[in-house]
Ligand binder design. Sequence first.
Ligand code: DAH
Length: 352
Amino acid sequence: MLDRIEEIRTEAAGAIETAPDTAELEELRVHYLGRKAELTTILRGIAGLPAEERGQVGAGANKARQELESLLEERAGALDASELESRLATDRIDVTLPGAPARPVGHTHLITRTTRLIEDTMVGLGYRVMEGPEVEHDYYNFTALNHPPGHPARMLQDTFYMQSDPEVLLRTHTSPVQVRSMEAQPPPIFMIAPGKVYRRDSDATHSPMFHQVEGLAIGEGITLADLQGTLDELLRAIFGGNREARMRPHFFPFTEPSVEFDVSCFQCEGTGELPGGERCNLCKGIGWIEVGGAGMVDPNVLGFVEAGGYDSERVQGFAFGMGVERIAMLRHGVPDLRRFFDNDVRILEQFS
Ligand code: DAH
């Protein structure tokens, strides 16, 4: 029995010494010292041995067990250290490497790009880009634009009012920047005002927040013909070389006369028909697509800034306004305006 114990001890000690990693070492521990190990069985059976053998076998087996336990501990320590070292060596981070994968560079939103296209074109015609507040006073949004208090046109726009002050609202259009700009400088003035506007409205072609660009030209001798030429130029820059603007009579409180303006359809070249003979789906066979509102600035509006040099007997001019989302949708065939604001990169990244 003692010989067998010595055999186990030698064999186990050799295996422990050469165990290649902690996982195998754990297997050796179970094999030689676990509940079903031979040495454990011997220790458990000591009570059943003849009395003269008990002392020697017990002492030998216990000694072997203790020796193997300390060998295991020693080897585990050594393996732990070397495994940590090799992990540190392979996990080393080179902080000087570029990030992988390199982050793709983003691009501007389609609404921003469309706004900038309009800005660039108008700046090329000598206009300045101005800004006004999105939280606006009733005076600028309505009153000074010739919507007297109680005027029914105020109800045409579903306005968000401040609960704390019904005189303060989210501007429903960029037109209030007309008056603010005229307050800031004497005529002549040639300015555009891009920005966000707000209305209680939400469907595939309306969002409670959207963008407009306003235009204003006031000086001596400015006529409706100048408006026509300016719109022709702008619509060509937006929709391509052969486009034309068309004005239709309309009503806005702050212009007289007022018009809505259309662009000749860029899909059917204004014919209303596609090459195959079918009706053009973009302009619905009309040949023209509505783009915005415009007109000659009403003398009543100039009356609000008369002190700043806007004498309606001496200067006059035109104004126009249009929706940026609508232009972007037309140019890029986007069917639902709300997609611009879902911020789904898979959709937005198509317009780079
Ligand atoms: N402010 C108008 C709107 O939001 C658009 C507009 C019409 C602007 C005529 C103008 C204009 O400057 O002259 O519906």
